[in-house]
Design a protein around this ligand. Structure first.
Ligand SMILES: [Fe+2]
Length: 247
C-alpha cells in the first residue's frame, strides 16, 4: 500500500517509553497548576494512562507570587499521595520545586540542605522569560559549589536565549543541564520556542524531557507532542528521565 494511503492514527504513540516526569504543577492550590484535588487526580490518571510510573512534581517557588516552602509542598504532597491511593492510582508521586532565579533564590542557596532536590542532587530552576538574569552564571556557579546539579527548566522558552542561541552551549559549559518542555515540540508555546527546542535537540544539549503539566489543555497537547519527529529524536539520544525511577 502507498504510504499516504495508510491510516495515520494507527501510527500514533499512545503510551510512552518515558516513565518518569520531572516537571509539573500537580499539587492543588499552591501555584498556577492544578487548583483542586480533583484536578490533581485527573491529571495523574492521564499520566498513568500514558505510561508514566513516577512523577516528581515541582511547584513554583517565586518569592512574590508563590512563596512556597518545603513544609507547604511536602504537606500537600502527602494529601495528594493519600487521595491517589484511595482512588487506586498506582503512579508514584514525589515532589521537589521549580525555583525562580532571583536574589531570594540566590540567598536560599546558602543553605542547600533546606532546598527541595531530587535524584543526584538535581535542582530545577527557571528564569524570567524576557531578559537574561544578571546573576545567571553566578547562580549556576553557586549551585555547583554547593554540590547541587542545576537543571534549567524550558530554556527554549526564554526570549533572551531564542535571540542569542550561542548562549545555550555557554550555559551548558558552565554546568547546567537542560530540560525542555515536550509541548514546545508542537509549537504550543510559540514558533520560536519550537525552533529553539529543535535546535537544542539537534545539538544534543537536552538531558531531560518534562511535561511542565499545569492543566488538561497541556495534557491534550502532550498527546501530539509525543508524536513529533523531534520527540523521537530526543528519545533516541538517551535522555535521563528514566534513570530517576529508583532514586
Ligand atoms: Fe513549570
Amino acid at each position: 500500500m502507498f504510504d499516504f494511503l495508510k491510516p495515520k492514527k494507527s501510527k500514533r504513540k499512545q503510551v510512552l517509553p518515558l516513565f518518569v516526569d520531572i516537571h509539573s504543577h500537580l499539587l492543588p492550590g499552591i501555584d498556577d497548576g492544578a487548583q483542586t484535588i480533583t484536578e490533581s487526580l485527573d491529571l495523574l490518571y492521564h499520566f498513568e494512562a500514558l505510561g508514566y510510573k513516577k512523577v516528581i512534581t515541582t511547584p513554583h517557588i517565586v518569592q512574590d507570587f508563590y512563596p512556597n516552602t518545603p513544609s507547604v509542598i511536602l504537606q500537600k504532597l502527602k494529601e495528594v499521595q493519600e487521595a491517589a491511593t484511595e482512588n487506586n492510582l498506582k503512579i508514584r508521586i514525589e515532589a521537589a520545586a521549580e525555583y525562580y532565579l532571583d536574589e531570594y533564590f540566590y540567598a536560599l542557596l546558602d543553605q542547600p540542605d533546606q532546598l527541595l532536590t531530587f535524584g543526584k542532587n538535581y535542582i530545577l530552576f527557571e528564569t524570567g522569560f524576557i531578559n537574561q538574569p544578571a546573576i545567571l552564571f553566578e547562580a549556576i556557579f553557586k549551585m555547583k559549589a554547593q554540590g547541587l546539579q542545576p537543571i534549567l527548566a524550558h530554556p527554549e522558552r526564554y526570549a533572551y536565549l531564542q535571540g542569542n542561541y550561542s548562549l545555550a552551549p555557554e550555559i551548558a559549559e558552565r554546568g547546567a543541564l537542560f530540560q525542555i518542555n515536550m509541548n514546545s515540540l508542537t509549537g504550543y508555546y510559540s514558533p520560536a520556542a519550537k525552533k529553539t527546542a529543535e535546535k537544542l535537540i539537534d545539538e544534543g544539549l537536552v538531558s531531560f524531557a518534562g511535561t511542565d503539566m499545569h492543566n488538561m489543555r497541556h495534557m491534550e497537547n502532550l498527546r501530539d507532542a509525543i508524536n513529533t519527529k523531534y520527540f523521537d529524536k530526543l528519545l533516541d539520544q538517551g535522555i535521563l528521565n528514566n534513570t530517576l525511577y529508583d532514586s
